[in-house]
Design a binder for this molecule. Sequence first.
Ligand code: SAM
Length: 427
Amino acid sequence: MCYAIPAKLIAIHGKIGTIDYFGETRKILLDLDNVKIGDYVYAQGGVLVRTIPEKEALEILEYWKEIFFELKKTDEALANIDQKNLSPNALAVLQKVNLRKTLHKDELLSLLALKDPKELQVLYEIANNVRSREHGNASCVHGIIEFSNYCTNNCYYCGIREEKALERYRMSQEEIVSAAKHAVNHYGFKALVLQSGEDLWYDDDKLCAIVKEVRKLGVLVFVSFGLRSVETYRKLYEAGARAALLRFETSNADIFAKMRPRTKLSDRINLIKALKEIGYVLATGFLLGLPDETDEDIVNNILLTHSLAPDMYSFGPLIPSSNTPFAKVAKVNPDLVLKAMALTRFVAPDSNILVTTALETLDPSAKRGALLAGANSMMINVTPMQYRRLYGIYDNRIDADREVDKSVQETVELLYNLGRAPTDIGV
Ligand code: SAM
């Protein structure tokens, strides 16, 4: 299976290249030496990850040729809005969104308050239409390896918090690299997220060695190791990591302080800003459905994420985790997550918005709904089976026992069904 379409490098301007596939052009960072016009390349998230021989590229493009245009037709049909269903309010929003005007906070709040299923349907259709306008049918599918469930933090919501009695594991460098190799060589992933609790057993040298080895596989390496020093993230960048995932969790400093003892919201936000400055492709966001959270907090979360200028929005519902202080929190309404996705699409039309496993766990049908409400990115868990259940950040994770083969098959079927192509290659 292939998660990216090869593209041809058609122009070079310093470190930026223009690539083309089937007449669509994108800009990418030329993150490799010795690339030249005419080369065929794979890129992810706007970063060149590897070149490929012309013969191989042409064979893959031949495979994609027919499917690609069929998929585009399906996507465009699904992104059509039936204007008849629009209430005057929704129409006004659509017009503002179409004119690329900024929505005010009170407009975002009024959209977040929508409850009528018909109005929600229109809201999602508008968001899907904007996604299609901005991205075409491009979508991205990344793999994630969760390599350690040790954590020095004690977050009230998290199932791997330090105080929770839990069988702990750490994958060795060899195990991590071997899992990454399998994901790349067997399943064709072009971007891999390496995630762990805040586990200082992996010092800078160990983390850099892992990143270097995984980068050698010709993929975009995403790091998600939590609060580490800026210096550590600089070293990881030097070692070849090009993307980083770190959520600020909530913009409400009081809620943050209550649920994350010993940590500070400002430290997390400053680190997120530093990641951007270092040059990482940035993924950030928040949890939805925290106790005491108001609609205004949710809109503030979206606006704070926007102000951090991420390349990818990553937010999802809080799912209860047994034996944690938040074990009994109220179930989040999946529509709240979809509404937040639609609003995010309006606030940041060209963003990448991730569908999280937490949303799928909350409601398996919401993955499709999210992709039709503005989202365009997915992750597949490629952690070796013997560790999956142990990375229990919340209960009943939908992917705890799901073989990679099955996840890949379901994802591809869903993408094709919605007319999407795995072409997250540039901006
Ligand atoms: N240690 C890293 C960090 O702090 O960013 C990465 C691991 S942490 C477990 C990854 C994310 O899991 C957190 O940013 C949080 O939003 C999410 N998470 C933790 N507990 C959760 C829960 N009960 N429901 C949904 N998401 C949760």
